[in-house]
Design a protein around this ligand. Structure first.
Ligand code: ZN
Length: 119
């Protein structure tokens, strides 16, 4: 599927930035993140999202904390110092990228196609 390829190839980076951002604001957990990402029209299954979270944790960008909520153990994530540094760097890079590509011409039709791929 085109959408899967797009997610693997470059939306994965955007998704990681969303995760780092939200985890730098407050402790977050998987289901909450899935809903948040869906508002940006990234529809991720737990089978896609959880490995991303685990990887970010293993790489030292996120730290997990277990909390019991309603008798169930829920894993919350917060951004580590390294995660916040990566987020700051991503911010700079994203700005630079946006500045550059917004100077070119992107037609309304192109934008529409992008959105369709993404839903
Ligand atoms: Zn977000």
């Amino acid at each position: 599927m085109v959408r899967d390829i797009m997610i693997r190839d470059f939306f994965l980076g955007f998704i990681k930035i969303h995760i780092l951002y939200h985890a730098s604001q407050e402790p977050i957990y998987g289901l909450d993140l899935m809903r948040e990402l869906e508002t940006h029209s990234y529809k991720l299954s737990p089978g896609t999202l959880y490995p991303i979270l685990h990887k970010l944790e293993k790489q030292g960008y996120l730290q997990a904390q277990r909390q019991v909520v309603g008798g169930k153990v829920r894993k919350y994530y917060i951004a580590t110092r390294q995660g916040k540094a990566a987020l700051a760097e991503a911010y700079t890079k994203a700005r630079e990228l946006l500045d550059e590509i917004s100077q070119g011409e992107i037609t309304q039709t192109d934008r529409k196609e992008d959105n369709e791929w993404n839903t």
